[in-house]
Design a protein around this ligand. Structure first.
Ligand code: SF4
Ligand code: SF4
Length: 135
């Protein structure tokens, strides 16, 4: 006999639209001085963060609420919302209501420089070294 299992639905009404408060764009894992420098630049901006997810993928995150989100946290274009929204959280416990999506979360250039230092990564370009020595 076939099991009549109701598909999992994330508890959006309870959650208050946590996933509607930002956008995140995947970036490659940084590996060159230019990559490190670009991330320092992203992080120098207000409400911009960089994170690594549980699949070890790097993202730049912009903390800015969706214009379609009402004050009481409802989507005004629910029937016509982008696919990325309708697919978010369809796997059980695959949304931030249940657990943090972040393996690593970096909020400032200083935090990123500290992370690189701990990894023994020299992120400075040669001219930055020379400038630092002159200061
Ligand atoms: S984070 Fe999950 S529960 Fe919350 S609104 Fe998004 S999909 Fe729904
Ligand atoms: S379109 Fe709707 S579901 Fe998608 S982020 Fe905006 S408010 Fe959330």
């Amino acid at each position: 006999m076939k099991e009549n299992k109701t598909p999992f639905r994330p508890p959006c009404a309870e959650c208050g639209g946590k996933c509607c408060e930002y956008i995140a764009i995947e970036i490659g894992k940084p590996s060159t001085k230019t990559d490190y420098d670009n991330i320092r630049w992203y992080l120098a901006h207000k409400d911009v963060h960089v994170f690594v997810d549980h699949n070890r993928k790097w993202h730049v995150e912009f903390r800015t609420p969706c214009e379609n989100l009402t004050a009481d946290k409802k989507c005004t274009i629910y029937e016509n919302r982008p696919r990325i929204c309708s697919r978010h959280g369809i796997g059980e416990q695959e949304c931030e209501f249940f657990a943090s999506p972040y393996l690593l979360y970096i909020s400032s250039p200083g935090q990123f420089e500290e992370y690189l230092l701990k990894k023994g990564i020299d992120w400075r370009f040669k001219n930055q070294d020379a400038r630092r020595r002159r200061q």
